[in-house]
Design a protein around this ligand. Structure first.
Ligand code: HSE
Length: 330
């Protein structure tokens, strides 16, 4: 696949529907946005967790949502208010197929408001499902503007650093938003990611409101040096350069206050051999890069044990970087 993805705005031409009244079951992965120093511009996909969408063609034009599981009743069943159906509707309008009928089942397999791109995974699963059902074989990157509409609805801002890696897989740079210019980056094969979700609520909308609107030039210099260092490390397969570049002087100092014992968790992860540690997306999930699976497992276990002692529930995940993105399960 070419790294640079161009022309994300023209409508694709469609083959005749392949669904023929049938259905499709799609998985889309969780993502770690920002990757510490790249606020709104860097993200990568992981193997688990992820969300699933089952989509069926119906005879009545319009979209219905017949079932949502795993959300504790928190997500709207109204298709005009659900990010999956709204994004799919935007896509259908762009390809001139508002005549078709669709029913959507959404199965949440990851916590909402976790900082793991929960809404992005659902939206991307829905968009990938309709694209496949309609036999649209254009570049999946063309779905990005529709997925970003879902993000805008979910948290008030259409950032792409979760939806782009969920859709394209791998490590992704949003080089520019206007015009949208998305670049897939290479990464060392042996990079593991340990993720811990402390079960406290940090809505992205609020986590965006608390960050500073103005920054000092000296902080900007530190930050862009680190972003360039991280991207260089990815290209050079230099895990130590990746690790020492993953420092954030702009957002983490503020958002870390929303995460229980953030600095203690960092200290524990680094002592256990993490290459780097930081907030996943807008939090409260945290993640560490490691050079092997055992270290990643030890980190999730230790951090989860620490959170249990603080009487905070948690989920832990260990994954390599997921280069595949969404996949059809059936
Ligand atoms: N870049 C976004 C933020 C990601 O940090 O607000 C949200 O998951």
């Amino acid at each position: 696949m070419e790294n640079k993805i161009e022309d994300l705005t023209t409508a694709p031409s469609l083959a005749p529907p392949s669904g023929g009244g049938g259905g499709i079951h799609v998985f889309a992965p969780a993502t770690v946005a920002n990757v510490v120093c790249g606020f709104d511009v860097l993200g990568f996909a992981v193997n688990e967790p992820g969300d699933e969408v089952i989509m069926r063609m119906t005879n009545k034009p319009g979209i219905t949502i017949s079932k949502i599981t795993g959300d504790d009743g928190r997500l709207p069943m109204d298709p005009a208010k659900n990010t999956v159906s709204v994004s799919v509707q935007h896509y259908l309008q762009s390809v001139g197929r508002t005549d078709i009928g669709l029913d959507i089942e959404l199965h949440k397999k990851m916590p909402i408001g976790s900082g793991l791109g929960s809404s992005s995974a659902s939206t991307v699963a829905g968009l990938f499902a309709i694209k496949t059902l309609l036999g649209d074989d254009s570049d999946p990157a063309k779905l990005l503007p529709f997925a970003m509409k879902g993000e805008e609805m979910a948290c008030g801002h259409g950032h792409a650093d979760n939806v782009a890696p969920a859709l394209l897989g791998g490590f992704v740079l949003i080089r520019s938003y206007e015009p949208l210019d998305v670049v897939r980056l290479p990464h060392p094969a042996g990079l593991y990611c340990a993720i811990v979700f402390p079960d406290v609520d940090v809505p992205t909308r609020e986590a965006r409101q608390i960050i500073r609107k103005n920054i000092q030039m000296k902080d900007a210099v530190t930050q862009w040096g680190n972003i360039a260092g991280l991207v260089s490390g990815l290209f050079m397969n230099d895990i130590d350069l990746i690790g020492r570049s993953m420092k954030d002087v702009l957002v983490e100092p503020v958002r870390s206050m929303l995460i229980p014992d953030f600095y203690k968790m960092r200290e524990m992860a680094m002592e256990l051999g993490a290459v780097s540690f930081g907030i996943s997306g807008s939090g409260p999930s945290v993640f560490a890069f490691t050079k092997d699976e055992d270290t990643a497992k030890r980190i999730t276990q230790k951090l989860q044990k620490h959170l249990t002692a603080l009487k905070i529930g948690s989920n832990g995940y260990v994954s390599t970087i997921n280069d595949a993105g969404p996949k059809v399960l059936g």
